[in-house]
Design a protein around this ligand. Structure first.
Ligand code: CTP
Length: 397
């Protein structure tokens, strides 16, 4: 939550300024107060009146407004905030910031502030990719300015690529994380994600179809709540989310070592699809095809990382959460699995073919805890992550 936090929001002149109206609502929903400042160009896209109405505060518009100077000088305006947020940050504003220009209220505030600054760039893809903008970006990063986005996607100008402003909720999460204001600030959570690859020889391996999407979404939601996240990931399709400490591994044995290394933790979430078996004798050289002789692979069991951590005495994280992929009797099987593994909660996925969940973007989840089974409505993997992390926060915060 952002209760009691003051955000000075500088709205630059780009089409994404319309999203800033929603951003103000979202920031206030989480308890922040928002003091809006608009550049002259921003007023071409949204009106100071709508901004003020949503913020519940006056919109600051021009530098040389003597009445305002008497009320509150621009230096003070820039310092009473906990964070200065520039959204959208146009190429022009970024250039001004990088080079110390202070020709209007917005850029003067950015020069005068001694509080952390975050920018959410938004511009045409060519402008974003232009060497001048990229140069300015690295200057700003070097100055310690936090950058959220831009995202890839269709743009208002009809082109496609990086340049879309991050979504308001993403920005709010980043603000929350930057201010250490999440419910999980100061908590450490270990998350496993993705498949494991179990080698047969130097070029072949045994794997599974896990994309790592659900694990990454959970890690991102934990970061958004301010947690320190150690993200132990097998070779997944999706990249580790921003803000985690990613520990890439290949095999179950490596994943176990990385998890044990990451302890102690306040919670551990085991979202990885760990291979149950590995090949007992991996070949040092590539196994050659031989006429009439099929290779025989002997397997041995991989360590059950979830069970081991859930059943450790000293050093067991206070909250241990496993996943279960079930096709039949979801509740009964997952309930038995929770007891067998010794974890606190099991997030059971119904992966029967008719659900279309395997490989899809949605999930149908039943949360199994000692209190019983709670069936969640079918929802996107991000929504599952947000809801689960909210429950984690209620439990350990
Ligand atoms: N898990 C683990 N280490 C393993 C195997 C599984 O940490 N070697 C964790 C997974 O990350 C997941 C849970 O245990 O949280 C899944 O348990 P598992 O016994 O693999 O069950 P399912 O994959 O659901 O399927 P099955 O019951 O068929 O084994």
């Amino acid at each position: 939550m952002l209760s009691g936090k003051r955000i000075l929001l500088i709205i630059g002149g780009g089409i994404a300024a319309y999203k800033s109206l929603d951003l103000i609502r979202r920031l206030r929903e989480r308890g922040a107060s928002v003091t809006p400042v608009m550049t002259r160009a921003a007023e071409e896209f949204v009106t100071p009146l709508s901004v003020a109405a949503l913020a519940g505060e006056k919109t600051y518009r021009a530098l040389f407004d003597l009445t305002d100077e008497a009320e509150m000088g621009h230096i003070q305006l820039s310092r009473v905030a906990d964070l200065v947020l520039v959204a959208p940050a146009t190429a022009d504003l970024m250039a001004k910031m990088a080079h110390g220009l202070a020709g209007d209220l917005a850029s003067t505030l950015l020069m005068a502030t001694d509080t952390p600054v975050m920018i959410a760039p938004a511009m045409n893809v060519r402008m974003w990719e232009h060497p001048a903008t990229q140069r300015n970006l690295s200057i700003l990063r070097g100055d310690g300015i936090a950058v959220i986005g831009p995202n890839d996607g269709d743009m208002a100008c009809g082109e496609f690529g990086p340049g879309r402003m991050a979504e308001p909720l993403e920005i709010v999460d980043a603000v929350q994380a930057a201010l250490g204001a999440g419910r999980l600030a100061g908590k450490r959570v270990v998350v496993t994600s993705g498949p494991t690859h179990e080698p047969i020889d130097p070029v072949r391996y045994i794997a599974n179809r896990s994309s790592g999407a659900q694990g990454a979404a959970i890690a991102a939601a934990l970061v958004a709540e301010g947690a320190e996240v150690v993200f132990v990931t097998g070779p997944a399709d999706v990249p580790p989310p921003a803000g985690v400490r990613a520990v890439p591994v290949q095999t179950a044995v490596q994943m176990r070592a990385a998890v044990l290394d990451a302890l102690p933790a306040d919670a551990a979430v085991f979202a990885a699809a760990v291979a149950d078996w590995r090949v007992a004798e991996t070949s040092a050289g590539k196994i050659k095809k031989q006429a009439g002789a099929l290779p025989v692979l002997r397997f041995e069991e991989n360590p059950d990382i979830l069970a081991e951590v859930a059943q450790m005495g000293d050093g067991r994280p206070p909250l241990v959460i496993g996943f279960a992929a079930e096709t039949d009797d979801v509740e009964a099987n997952a309930t038995a699995k929770r007891v067998r593994k010794g974890c606190d909660w099991i997030v059971a996925n119904d992966v029967s073919p008719q659900t279309g969940i395997m490989g899809g973007s949605e999930n149908a989840v039943t949360l199994i805890s000692p209190e019983g089974a709670e069936r969640w409505p079918r929802m996107g993997k991000d929504a599952v992550a947000t809801r689960l992390v909210s429950r984690i926060a209620e439990r350990i915060a």
